[in-house]
Design a protein around this ligand. Structure first.
Ligand code: C2E
Ligand code: CA
Ligand code: CA
Length: 404
C-alpha cells in the first residue's frame, strides 16, 4: 500500500472464497480437499503478474493483491474487475483431483485502495464484505465493496458490450456533420462527428463513448468506419459541381493514428472511393505528439505527399512545443472552443486567440475557430484574422439528409 501511494497508483484486493468447499472435504476426504486448494493456488498465480501477491489466509480463503494499477480510480476498478473475471473463469474449469473430476466455483469480493489513506484491516474487511455480497448474489460471481463503484462498473461493462455490438452491427452508429464556413458565411465543408443511437438510451454523446472506445480498443474499428463514411460521402459530393469543392474533417484518435497500417488504410479508402485526397482533412491532436514523434512526422509526410490535409484539433489545450509543431506538415490549426467561449469577456483568452492566429499566419497555416456561438464571437475572431468558423451560430451536427 505504501508503494502504491508513493507511486500515486491504485491497488486492489480480491478476497476469494471457494463455494461449497466443505462438501468436497465431507464427500472425498481432506486429501482431495488439499489437492483442490493446491490447484486453485496454481491457477491464481497464473492469473496475475509477477509483482502481484497471491496468499492463502486459511481454509478455503485466498487473497490476491494487485499493485501498480491506473491512477484513475474508475480505470483501476475496471482493471481489478478484468483480473477478477479472469480468475473467475480460470477457477471455473473442471479440476482433476486424483481419480475425481470436480467442478468448483469461487465468490470474489473486490476493494480498491490508494484513493484515501485506508488502514489495511479496513481494506480486508471491505473485501470480505464484498465477498459475502457475491455469495448473496448467488455465488460464482464478483462484487465490489463500494456500491457506487459497483454501479459504475456495471454501467461501464454494459456500455462496452453495447458499443461492441453497435460497431459490429453498424446500424446504431451514425455519422453526423457540422458545417464549416468561411468569412463570408459560405459553406466550405463539414466535420464529421459520430453519434450513437442506442436502442434504449437514445442518442449517446461521443464525449461519453469515445473515451470508452479508446480504453477498449474499439476506437480502431470505429475510426475506420467513420473514415469510410467520410470517403463515401466525398465520393457522392464529387459527382455534383454544387458540392464537389466541399471537404470533410475526420477526428483521428492517437491510437488509430499510431497503428502501423494507418497511412495505408487511409490511402486504400481514398483509392477505393476514388475521392480527391485534398477534400479529406484529418484532425489530429497534440496528444499524438506525446510518443513516437518521428513516426508521427513520417506518417503525416507520407499522407501529405498523397494530398491529404491535416488540422491540429483543440489547439492551445495541449503541451506540444512549437519546435515540433514546425516540423509537422499541417494545413490548419483549429482554435479550441474553450478560448472562443469567453473571447468577448476574458482579456487573456482574447490575447491567446490573437497570438495563435498570428503564429499560424507566420507558419503559413490556415485557422479555423470551433464552438462559435454568437455573432459577437465571430466578429472578434474575424477582426483578429481568423477566416474559418464552425459552431452553433452556423449549424449543429446533423445527419446527412438534413445537411444535404
Ligand atoms: P471535437 O472534435 O472537439 O468536436 C467538437 C465538439 O464540439 C462536438 O461535440 C461538437 O458538437 C461540439 N460543438 C460544435 N459547435 C459547438 C458550439 O458552438 N458550442 C459548443 N458548446 N459545442 C459545440 P461532440 O460531437 O459531442 O464530440 C465530442 C468529441 O468527441 C469531439 O470533440 C471529438 O474529440 C470526439 N469525437 C466525435 N466523433 C468522433 C469520431 O468519429 N472519432 C474520434 N476519434 N473522435 C470523435
Ligand atoms: Ca474535432
Ligand atoms: Ca475540437
Amino acid at each position: 500500500m505504501t508503494s502504491c501511494e508513493r507511486g500515486a497508483r491504485h491497488g486492489g484486493i480480491l478476497f476469494i472464497d471457494l463455494d461449497n468447499f466443505k462438501t468436497i472435504n465431507d464427500t472425498f476426504g481432506h486429501d482431495i480437499g488439499d489437492l483442490l486448494l493446491q490447484q486453485v493456488a496454481g491457477r491464481l498465480s497464473a492469473c496475475v503478474r509477477e509483482a502481484d501477491t497471491v496468499a492463502r489466509l486459511g481454509g478455503d480463503e485466498f487473497v490476491v493483491m494487485l499493485e501498480d494499477l491506473s491512477h484513475l480510480p474508475l480505470l483501476a476498478a475496471a482493471q481489478i474487475e478484468s483480473i477478477g473475471e479472469k480468475i473467475l473463469a480460470s477457477l471455473n474449469y473442471p479440476y482433476q483431483l486424483d481419480m475425481h473430476k470436480y467442478n468448483s466455483t469461487p465468490s470474489i469480493g473486490a476493494s480498491l485502495f490508494g484513493s484515501q489513506h485506508e488502514a489495511p484491516e479496513e481494506l480486508f474487511r471491505q473485501a470480505d464484505i464484498a465477498m459475502y455480497q457475491a455469495k448473496k448474489a448467488g455465488r460464482n460471481t464478483l462484487r465490489f465493496f463500494d456500491p457506487a463503484m459497483q454501479a459504475a462498473i456495471s454501467t461501464r461493462i454494459r456500455l462496452e458490450s453495447d458499443l461492441r455490438h453497435a460497431i459490429s452491427e453498424q446500424k446504431q452508429l451514425l455519422p453526423y456533420y457540422q458545417l464549416q464556413v468561411d468569412s463570408e458565411g459560405c459553406v466550405i465543408g463539414a466535420e464529421t462527428l459520430t453519434r450513437w443511437l442506442h436502442p434504449e438510451r437514445g442518442i449517446i454523446s461521443p464525449a461519453e463513448f469515445i473515451p470508452l472506445a479508446e480504453e477498449t480498443g474499439l476506437i480502431l474499428p470505429l475510426g475506420h468506419w467513420i473514415l469510410t463514411c467520410a470517403c463515401r460521402q466525398l465520393a457522392l459530393w464529387s459527382k455534383h459541381t454544387e458540392t464537389d469543392f466541399l471537404s470533410i474533417a475526420v477526428n483521428i484518435s492517437a491510437q488509430q493514428f499510431h497503428q502501423p497500417s494507418f497511412a495505408n488504410d487511409v490511402l486504400k479508402l481514398i483509392g477505393q472511393f476514388a475521392v480527391n485526397p485534398a477534400r479529406l482533412k484529418l484532425e489530429i491532436t497534440e496528444s499524438m505528439l506525446l510518443d513516437n514523434i518521428a513516426d508521427t512526422i513520417a506518417k503525416m509526410n507520407l499522407l501529405k505527399a498523397s494530398g491529404v490535409n491535416f488540422a491540429m484539433d483543440d489547439f492551445g489545450t495541449g503541451y506540444s512545443s512549437l519546435q515540433y509543431l514546425k516540423k509537422l506538415p499541417l494545413d490548419q490549426i483549429k482554435i479550441d472552443q474553450s478560448f472562443v467561449r469567453d473571447i468577448a469577456i476574458d482579456a487573456s483568452d482574447k490575447a491567446i486567440v490573437r497570438t495563435i492566429i498570428a503564429m499560424a499566419r507566420s507558419m503559413n497555416l490556415a485557422v479555423i475557430a470551433e464552438g462559435v456561438e454568437t455573432e459577437y464571437q465571430r466578429q472578434h475572431l474575424l477582426d483578429a484574422g481568423c477566416t474559418n468558423f464552425q459552431g452553433y451560430l452556423f449549424s449543429v451536427a446533423m445527419p446527412i439528409e438534413q445537411l444535404d
